[in-house]
Design a protein around this ligand. Structure first.
Ligand code: GLA
Length: 371
């Protein structure tokens, strides 16, 4: 869990912003809710010196990366940086190709805890080999650094990256809309629902320490309605996705902060079993998702994909399922699970009697069911 600069700020970043984000993350309760990483994305770079060492942009990061890392660490948080396996980053800054070991050493010296490693300008490279090179370099550098593989799922990293990185992007970039595709000409970015659908078939590859990454959150970036914000956060929780906030934490409204710090939803996302949830049933544009949790509990989430209000009738008997992947049984016909609505934060008795709910368009109904 953490924050990343890209979705809101793109290349418009500097050390003042990063320090302020770290301050706010502590002050507003996000750190206590579990957010840990402050990740600087593309465009922090200056030039390489005559010996090949990379330096931050001297105007935007005049105090240097070591000082910034020290500051973030002094707040009890961790710091991430960004590079690219190719000759240049996607934003045209120096990439790490040919400098992998030197860059990893530099990051370790600065005190970096997380590296997002992108895939632009990699002509002639094979993804698996390129990512194994940076893994070896990070290992040699001797500092534990999370490796976030960002090759957009092109070469199926879920099939080879389990011991290479800690998370891998499964898709192209997220776009700040609930249900759309944005065409940039040479590439497309994807709405929340499009990305969600592309996670189908990938759950067996994810688990503790090696996660599918459906990209960073767009919550609080001004395009989604409060219901869509809830749905985005809930679905990323249901699929055990990394939770990287991507908004301006300094100026967000109360609703955004409440979504990002909802303790029940975060607990479902961070559950120690680390099992990615699955779409169980679909009826009249309402999807029913399940996620096995520790202590025999389950998360249950209804997602209304339509823009109209739908009536959700929950007949517990009908929901029974055996999850082959986790070898866990959800059996509300036999097990009297206790129900908690994680968004309203209300306990609602036990399963048994049919329940009916009205669910607004693009909204979710999310329960934790415990024994
Ligand atoms: C790619 C990545 C994004 C972001 C940008 C930065 O598009 O997928 O997440 O890091 O590059 O240029």
């Amino acid at each position: 869990m953490g924050w990343n600069s890209w979705n809101k700020f793109a290349c418009n970043i500097d050390e003042k912003l990063i320090r302020e984000i770290a301050d706010v993350m502590v002050a507003n309760g996000m750190k206590d809710a579990g957010y840990t990483y402050i990740n600087i994305d593309d465009c922090w770079h200056g030039d390489r010196d005559s010996l090949g060492f990379i330096h931050p942009d001297p105007e935007r990061f005049p105090s240097g990366m070591k000082a910034l890392a020290d500051y973030v660490h002094s707040k009890g948080l961790k710091i991430g940086i960004y590079s690219d396996a190719g000759s240049q980053t996607c934003g045209g800054r120096p990439g790490s190709r040919g400098y992998e070991f030197q860059d990893a050493m530099t990051y370790a010296e600065w005190g970096i805890d997380y590296l997002k490693y992108d895939w632009c300008n990699t002509e002639g490279l094979r993804a698996e080999g390129a990512y194994k090179t940076i893994t070896a370099a990070l290992k040699k550098a001797g500092r534990p650094i999370v490796l976030s593989i960002c090759e957009w799922g092109s070469d199926k990293p879920w099939e080879w990256a389990q011991d290479v990185g800690h998370l891998w992007r499964t898709t192209g970039d997220i776009y700040n809309c609930f249900d759309c595709i944005h065409d940039h000409g040479t590439w497309k970015s994807l709405g929340i629902m499009q990305i969600l659908d592309m996670q189908e078939g990938l759950r067996q590859y994810a688990g503790p320490g090696h996660w599918n990454d459906p990209d960073m959150l767009e919550i609080g970036n001004g395009q989604l309605t409060p219901a869509q914000d809830r749905a985005h956060f809930s679905m990323w929780a249901m699929i055990a996705a990394p939770l990287m906030s991507g908004n301006d934490l300094r100026s967000m409204d109360k609703n955004t902060l409440e979504v990002l710090t909802n303790p029940g939803v975060i607990a479902i996302n961070q559950d120690s079993l680390g099992i990615q949830g699955f779409r169980h049933l679909v009826k009249d544009s309402v999807e029913c998702w399940l996620k096995p949790l520790e202590d025999g509990a389950w998360a249950l989430c209804y997602l209304n994909r339509s823009t109209e209000v739908k009536t959700v009738s929950i007949d517990w008997q009908d929901l029974q399922v055996t999850d082959e992947h986790s070898n866990r049984q959800f059996n509300p016909g036999k097990t009297p699970y206790k129900i908690r609505n994680v968004w309203t934060k209300k306990d609602m008795g036990s399963v048994g009697k049919k329940m009916t709910h009205s669910l607004a368009g693009h909204d979710v109904l999310m329960f934790k069911l415990s024994i």
